[in-house]
Design a protein around this ligand. Sequence first.
Ligand code: SF4
Length: 441
Amino acid sequence: MSQVHPPKVGFVSLGCPKALVDSERILTKLRSTGYEVAPSYDGADVVVVNTCGFIDSAREESFAAIQEAMNENGRVIVTGCLVGEAAQIREEHPNILAVTGPQQYEAVVSEVQKAAPIDHNPLLDLVPAEGVKLTPRHYAYLKISEGCNHKCQFCIIPSIRGPLQSRPIHKVLREAERLVEAGCEELLVIAQDTSAYGLDVKYKPEPWKNEMVATRFRELCDGLGSMGAWVRLHYVYPYPHVDEVIPMMADGKILPYLDIPFQHASPTVLKAMRRPAHGEKVLDRLETWRNICPDIAVRSTFIVGFPGETDADFEMLLNWLDKAELNRVGCFKYENVEGARSNDLPGHVDEAVKEERWHRFMAKAQEVSQRVLAKRVGRDIEVVVDEVDEEGAIARSQWDAPDIDGCVFLNGETDLAPGDRLQVTVTHSDEYDLWAEPVRN
Ligand code: SF4
């Protein structure tokens, strides 16, 4: 006999968009197996904690989340990037039900089934074709590959997630098509290195819409760009072949937006970090891109205080930032990560110096952002609405990714709904955000 009430699974998702995609996949599988998702620890028969182990503060947050789930519920399965710490997790919590690694969707589902068995066959069509989304319905992350072939000295992701493994292009395009059919207005393309897509499979052609299409960055952008949704590229490196997609941005096929984690501008620091494309002349490349697509927005992240970074390296970074006029930047102070090779490098920077550099970096970034945003005032632009409350709508422009970039505030526009796309006139700007009103014909 079938259970009247299917078991409920609590879910805690930590970490980056890639981890969020893992969580979505696990939830999709659990829902398709007949489980319900519990909104609180109380009502959950078992709790899954998807952890992040990227930097020490993320590890601490993950350990704290496990502790909380154990205190509040006690029936806990841990998954994700903290798998390298399985021994410590088990030592601290001998009653933990299971510890599995990133992308081990099936293992998590089978552990949930052991912990809270379900005794009826699910109806697969109860699951929306686009899967269970943790993001709002109008945008979705599209993971195109796993792993990474690089060896950045501060990063342990390749040792956790392995080398680059690209998903076949027809599978990625099919997933994107389903998302768009289900109402998704914006696809956020993610991977550890999006521009390396297909390298591992030697750009293998796959069947898609009566043609053979190569599993490659350009073809991917081409395919996604024909679906009618916004397509936003994250985690791209400034390799020469990225130039090929800039005309697609100029033509409006994909968003004029590139998220490129530069991390630094000093060649000495970049070399010490072993960053991909560290020898590229980035300012020249930015100029070329802006000549083809003047509206392109570039967002990036940086690390200050990497071992060996001198005052001169840091000044070079500030100057570079001024010249590069990036639209959005984030900055981290270097932290040792257990297992990272950079821990053993000479010349670790004093915490007080890191702090001071971080503040100077952020002040410069704010000055540049204010300057760049002021140029938008008076323009008519397209935005997508993310949220609506009693004061109005909070939207985003094509130059802003959700969660990490700025907003476009539409004060008083309470009749809009999340996912609406409309033309607005920008009326005001500050350091990070824009204000606008709908274009009225
Ligand atoms: S490119 Fe570098 S930082 Fe990014 S995942 Fe690969 S090794 Fe880590």
